[in-house]
Design a protein. Structure first.
Length: 393
């Protein structure tokens, strides 16, 4: 039995399963990391369409779905621009400058802005719940000033002779309403406008959020009125959109998400497929990796071959005779210890120094200069070489 197999605590199948599980877990982690901001539940007690708190608006979304009116959550600027009726719920944490930017995008488009009314704080021991602290007219006025030159007022409903407050809708013990101009009241309660249009005529402001907040919809008459208001403001049969960007639930752009959506999704899948094939290839390798041979080997022979190749490629082989003549002259002069002379005198001295039975240096040099082809140059150079060797150079 194989000793390595005996010493391994895991089988090959177990290792493959563990590696595959690790890769899947890593892929799931990357996807969740990219889409984490979009997967928030919204159970934070805020005044937004995802909140189930008393001052939230999850109830009106579900109520519209129940009566057959489609709804959609808007998380980006493109959705803000393209939506039909957009309902914008405001809270004390809403940025007035961001609200102004949204209002510019919604110019001449039907938009219902719901002002805040109550100051709340999280209810300890009940995640997503809130407890009411009192009125928050200051936040409502600050946000209203970012939309229109109107004012927020609040009054208690009148008391009848029997000491009972008239229940036109469930608004608690205080009614919040709008004052100032220009505006066109659409709904009044206790002779005070709680819903009005202003600006370009497509901007609708609801001063009384209890008409649509979760805690107000527990009253059937209030719920019916909320649906009627939305249906009245709805321009067509398209879905009713609810803004989430002002509450921090907008779609964020990041590099990971970009790689997971078209058109870059195809590139991402291609890279993953290439990595998978590379891994499979690595598992199937046999023996150690071999280094590629050097493009230019070491040694004198390689240097000479490279130089000859360069001369041949440059087409300069027929012009090397003169250079070899000069090289031979210098080597022979050094061998016989010739004094410094001009070329004619030095060539005559070399002729006398050479063997008498062979052609002299002057003749061999002329033959080398007259050679024009690589073959004749090589023959002339060979003759000069043998002549130089006869001098011991």
């Amino acid at each position: 039995m194989n000793t390595a197999a005996q010493s391994s605590p895991f089988s090959l199948r177990t290792v493959i399963i563990m590696v595959a599980a690790s890769l899947l877990a890593a892929a799931a982690f990357v996807v969740l990391l990219a889409y984490a901001p979009d997967l928030q539940s919204g159970r934070d007690g805020g005044a937004h369409p995802l909140s189930t708190a008393a001052t939230g608006y999850r109830g009106i979304v579900e109520l519209l779905d129940e009566v057959g009116t489609p709804t959609v959550m808007v998380r980006d600027e493109d959705g803000i621009v393209r939506s039909g009726l957009l309902i914008v719920t405001l809270s004390s944490t809403t940025d007035p400058n961001a609200l102004k930017d949204l209002a510019k995008l919604r110019k001449f488009k039907p938009t219902l802005y719901i002002l805040p009314k109550w100051a709340v704080m999280p209810l300890e021991g009940h995640p997503g719940w809130v407890q009411r602290l009192g009125l928050d007219t200051g936040s409502a006025q600050q946000l209203l000033s970012a939309l229109a030159p109107l004012h927020v007022e609040s009054t208690k409903p009148p008391v009848t002779k029997k000491g009972e407050k008239p229940r036109q809708f469930a608004v608690g013990n205080v009614v919040q309403w709008l004052a100032g101009s220009p505006m066109t009241p659409l709904i009044q309660r206790f002779n005070a406008p709680v819903l009005a249009s202003t600006g370009d005529g497509q901007m609708f402001i609801l001063a009384e959020p209890d008409l649509m907040a979760n805690h107000g919809l527990k009253d059937q008459r209030t719920a019916a009125l909320a649906v009627q208001i939305i249906q009245r403001l709805r321009p067509n049969d398209g879905p009713v959109a609810f803004d989430l960007t002002l509450h921090g639930f907008g779609q964020t752009r990041n590099l990971l998400k970009t790689l997971l959506v078209p058109p870059f999704l195809a590139l991402t899948l291609s890279i993953l497929a290439a990595a998978l094939l590379a891994g499979l290839h690595a598992f199937g390798r046999f023996g150690p990796a071999r280094d590629e041979p050097r493009a230019l080997p070491f040694g004198k022979a390689a240097l000479i071959d490279n130089a000859a190749g360069l001369i041949r490629r440059a087409g300069r082989g027929g012009r090397m005779g003169e250079a070899y003549v000069a090289l031979t002259r210098d080597a022979a002069a050094a061998a016989i210890h010739a004094p410094p002379l001009a070329e004619p005198e030095l060539d005559a001295l070399l002729d006398r120094a050479g063997p008498a039975d062979r052609a002299g240096f002057t003749q061999l040099a002329a033959d080398a200069r007259d050679a024009k082809t690589p073959t004749t140059v090589a023959d002339a150079a060979r003759a000069l070489y043998h002549w130089r060797r006869s001098l011991g150079a």
